[in-house]
Design a protein around this ligand. Structure first.
Ligand code: FES
Ligand code: FES
Length: 169
């Protein structure tokens, strides 16, 4: 005998500047909607329980692990993923800095780390962060390859570049 199927619920939100509507079960996680319904595969699943930061996205200016948020909770919100900050043809200065200092090893954690860096530099607007402020912003992101030292270098480099672009040197 099969169980009772939960209803599909329509949910509208804005992702990377585009309004989308999905129909999801009430228990569907945001990470699954982003990856499997919307094709935003920069959002990675590591732990699936809010501990590794591989899945973090920016929801209404807050850094949120998308494995801990239900899609129905995203109704009416603005979501930003790595796909929304730059592209292969037009890299965001943070992405470029991570390449320039060769911060990625296996690369699995990198989308989440870049989103945390973006939150610090672009959302909080801290374009001259101290090492401690960078460590603090990235403290929710685990890197099993141990690239932490290069993350700090990359964020410093990106901050310098952004200051130049925004005329705040
Ligand atoms: S997969 Fe979401 S925090 Fe690890
Ligand atoms: S670069 Fe491999 S987990 Fe971070």
């Amino acid at each position: 005998m099969s169980g009772i199927e939960m209803p599909l619920i329509p949910v509208k939100f804005v992702v990377n500047g585009r309004e989308v509507e999905v129909k999801v079960r009430p228990y569907e996680r945001l990470i699954d909607t982003l990856r499997y319904r919307l094709g935003l595969t920069s959002v990675k699943e590591g732990c699936g329980r809010g501990e590794c930061g591989a899945c973090v996205v920016i929801v209404d200016d807050k850094l949120i692990p998308s494995c801990l948020m239900l899609t129905v909770q995203a109704r009416g919100r603005r979501i930003l993923t790595l796909e929304g900050i730059g592209s292969e043809k037009k890299l965001h200065p943070i992405q470029k800095a991570f390449i320039d200092v060769q911060a990625a090893q296996c690369g699995f954690c990198i989308p989440g780390v870049i989103m945390a860096a973006y939150w610090l530099l672009e959302v909080k607007g801290n374009l001259n962060p101290s090492v401690d402020e960078i460590k603090d912003a990235l403290s929710g992101n685990l890197c099993r390859c141990g690239s932490y030292y290069r993350f700090i270098k990359a964020v410093k480099l990106a901050a310098n570049e952004l200051r130049k672009i925004k005329g705040k040197s």
